[in-house]
Design a protein around this ligand. Structure first.
Ligand code: NAD
Length: 419
């Protein structure tokens, strides 16, 4: 089934709890627009290749589109629409004034040289400059794109449009108008959600944790910072993996050792700890399992191996709907992606505001404000969790859906126009 259709099923479950007008519901069934371009890029060896590139603006009721740009061989129209769909509800759940968007290029970024990455990133902006912008749709990093890529994109956009429109892209290097703390924001923001849940709610939800041990899949921009904060706060990260495999130590991995080994070997070695596969990591007997890599890693094929008491979705869409239902039945507490990984877009919002008003936040202010926004959203979602007696995913969608529908309905609905 198409990824977007799967994603929309998560919304279906929330419909009856959000008390929304059917017209608002109907609007949210379709992406507002998806643009596809073919991008020619000359490689270092002289070969010209054409890459498929996309930008989807799923819904812009609450403000300009907001969402990352992903470089990955699996990127296609459906992929971008599903990711833009999740962004729509993520921004609404966080109560930030953005709609949902996402873009990407179908490419294996690991095969490109730095010069090729630069050319491709600038070519993306050449193709999409007229459909993005500070008040239209504001891109940011995602898988296999980072602050350097955002810097190239910003400089290309500036060249085309003129002036210094720093608010056209977030996740830029600080020297080009980026904000302190953007790199760590998704990982840290996730951690703030986790702490709020564990400290205030988890026992009331009937879940008893043993030692707050964590198994983490994905050690990129998001996973690394999450692990960093978890370590600072005394949690035990016992296993970490990436696309090549992973490492495990029941007593807790030495993170400095792991980071050093990863940096020296392009992600292929782990320093200490015994080697494990991704499937083994997912089935570890830990308190908290954190998928922080790609979609659809917890599926009907492996869900019965999951022993964790909490699944904390730092990746977008890591759990299929079928597997989600099984986890709920088993009493596993699932923290949905649109809440768990929203820290990045929250700090992107701070960056956009900073670029517009010229007032710069310090790192301490960013992290303090991030903590406040994440905790508030978590409390609001938990209010609905208890009120409706539904899984946290449905509760968070109901919260977000109500906010988007509220903006639509204040412009009038069928009843109003029929007099
Ligand atoms: P990244 O490219 O920096 O890191 C991705 C990590 O996943 C790497 O460690 C990679 O080796 C690993 N990985 C890739 N394929 C894998 C596989 N098949 N099995 C196991 N590991 C695999 O990306 P990121 O920015 O850290 O994003 C990770 C996830 O978080 C994505 O789902 C992304 O959409 C989501 N996310 C990112 C942000 C952000 O601010 N970067 C914000 C919200 C959500």
């Amino acid at each position: 089934m198409a990824m977007l259709d799967e994603a929309k099923k998560q919304l279906d479950a929330a419909f009856k709890y959000a008390a929304i007008d059917p017209e608002s519901w109907e609007r949210l069934q379709y992406p507002q627009r998806t643009i596809q371009c073919s991008i020619p890029m000359r490689h270092d060896d002289g070969t010209l290749r054409i890459y498929k590139a996309f930008r989807c603006q799923y819904d812009t009721t609450l403000g300009p589109g907001k969402g990352g740009i992903r470089y990955h061989p699996a990127v296609d129209r459906d992929h971008c629409e599903a990711l833009a769909f999740w962004m729509t509800f993520k921004c609404a759940a966080m109560k930030i004034p953005f709609g949902g968007a996402k873009g990407g290029i179908c490419v294996d970024a690991k095969t490109l040289s730095h010069r090729e990455m630069e050319r491709l990133s600038k070519a993306y902006i050449d193709a999409f400059a007229d459909v993005i912008g500070p008040d239209i749709d504001i891109p940011a990093p995602d898988m296999y794109t980072d602050e350097r890529v955002m810097g190239w994109m910003y400089s290309e956009y500036r060249k085309i449009k003129g002036g210094h429109p720093k608010d056209c892209i977030t996740g830029k290097p600080t020297a080009l108008g980026g904000i302190e703390g953007r790199n760590s924001s998704t990982g840290y923001g996730g951690f703030f959600v986790l702490e709020t849940l564990l400290n205030d709610y988890i026992e009331k939800c009937g879940v008893t944790l043993r030692d707050r041990s964590i198994a983490l899949q994905g050690f990129g921009k998001v996973g690394t910072w999450f692990a960093d904060m978890a370590r600072q706060k005394g949690y035990k990260v016992v296993a970490i993996s990436n696309e090549y495999g992973g490492a495990y130590n029941k007593k807790g991995l030495d993170l400095d050792d792991v980071i050093k080994a990863q940096a020296m070997t392009g992600g292929r070695e782990w320093g200490s700890g015994s080697l494990i596969t991704n499937e083994e990591l997912l089935g570890l007997d830990v308190d908290i399992l954190v998928p922080a890599a790609i979609e659809n890693v917890i599926t009907s094929l492996n869900v019965n191996n999951i022993k964790a008491k909490v699944v904390f979705e730092l990746a977008n869409g890591p759990t299929t709907n079928e597997a989600d239902a099984v986890l709920n039945e088993k009493g596993v507490f699932v923290v949905p992606d649109i809440l768990a990984n929203a820290g990045g877009v929250v700090v992107s919002y701070f960056e956009w505001v900073q670029n517009r008003n010229g007032v710069q936040k310090t790192l301490e202010e960013v992290n303090e404000d991030l903590n406040r926004v994440m905790a508030t959203a978590t409390h609001k979602a938990m209010e609905r969790y208890f009120e409706h007696g539904v899984p946290l995913r449905t509760a968070t969608y109901a919260l977000a859906l109500r906010r988007i529908a509220g903006a639509n309905e204040c412009l009038g609905n069928k009843g109003y126009f029929r007099g």
